[in-house]
Design a protein around this ligand. Structure first.
Ligand SMILES: [Zn+2]
Length: 329
């Protein structure tokens, strides 16, 4: 298990860069004091990708993701920075859903607010809660039919919009002008020896979505000189959710990140997970999406199959600086 580093040097032991830089070389606030503190965040990012690549079991990916959510690592293969402060209040639900085998890849809570500053005027903002996760379909503890029922049930939930697709399969491009109609698209399987076992049922591996086919915005703001003016000001959309049609599915990459050579992680390919994205249908701060998904898991019979496994510690050595250096070459 991770050994605490005695090093508090200001320079990375691997690449000699200042340790206060992020993955793109910009200064970061605060100091990371976790077990990998002998190296800089960019080297930790490379080491994380390498570690995720070394895992073949879904359990290890879940544990690795939990170490990131717990803050023991300040960067993940999928995310170049620590979790944002607003995510903190989602943590109990996000972590509990790992016990069901759900690996979270992105999320935000609902929020609304209004602020006035002399220099900027009135700013009003709103965001919908959303929650993106991967759920395995090929695993000895997982019944693929129940995973299929989970997606079906989420699609029918009236408070949310849901998009799901296979993270390990590829999809044909939609026909021109067909994006709006293509709410269900069969994948062109690239079956491997491991994932052939997960043939699924019905439309398990289909791209499926009931979100607006063009775009689904999850944060928006508007700005004016006074609160009176603000009421007549149009909202400006700011952040959108993930893919809402088959053409937008990232090709050749996984939603939980990729390895150092941009390869998919073997642990992901072996489990042939579905990528599922749920978001509130309305601009609301009230909806607890983790609770919605957990209740739906229970309703379709997906239990805490990974609970005991996750009690064990992540069995991985802190990458020493030599191996990180080799990887960088
Ligand atoms: Zn470094």
């Amino acid at each position: 298990m991770a050994r605490p580093s005695s090093s508090t040097n200001a320079r990375c032991e691997s690449c000699d860069a200042p340790k206060n830089l992020d993955v793109i070389g910009q200064p970061i606030k605060g100091v990371y004091t976790g077990a990998w503190s002998n190296i800089c965040r960019r080297c930790r990012h490379t080491a994380q990708k390498r570690m995720w690549t070394s895992f073949s079991a879904w359990e290890d990916l879940l544990r690795a993701n939990l170490t990131y959510l717990d803050g023991h690592i300040d960067v993940s293969p999928n995310y170049d920075v620590p979790i944002s402060p607003e995510t903190t209040r989602l943590l109990p639900g996000l972590k509990r859903l790992h016990e069901y085998g759900l690996l979270s890849t992105n999320s935000q809570p609902g929020d609304q607010g209004l602020a006035f500053k002399a220099e900027t005027g009135c700013i009003q903002w709103k965001q919908r809660p959303y929650y993106d996760f991967l759920v395995p379909t090929v695993h000895e503890s997982v019944d693929v039919a129940k995973v299929n029922r989970l997606v079906d049930a989420l699609m029918k939930h009236e408070d949310i919009v849901t998009t799901a697709w296979s993270d390990s399969d590829e999809y044909p491009k939609s026909k021109e002008g067909d994006v709006n109609e293509a709410r269900e698209v069969a994948p062109t399987f690239h079956a491997t020896a491991q994932n052939e076992a997960g043939e699924g049922t019905d439309k398990t591996y289909y791209f499926r979505s009931n979100a607006s086919p063009r775009v689904h915005w999850v944060s928006s703001y508007r700005k004016a000189n006074s609160s009176k003016e603000l009421r007549d000001t149009e909202w400006t959309n700011q952040t959108r959710s993930g893919p809402t049609n088959v053409d937008e599915i990232p090709r050749g990459s996984s939603t939980c990140g990729n390895g150092p050579e941009w390869e998919r992680f073997p642990g992901v390919m072996n489990a042939r997970p579905l990528a599922v994205q749920v978001a509130a249908r309305e601009w609301t701060t009230k909806l607890d999406l983790q609770e919605v998904v957990e209740r739906t898991c229970q309703r379709v019979g997906l239990g805490k199959m990974f609970k005991s496994v996750l009690k064990r510690e992540l069995m991985v050595d802190v990458p020493d600086t030599t191996s990180v250096s080799q990887l960088d070459e």
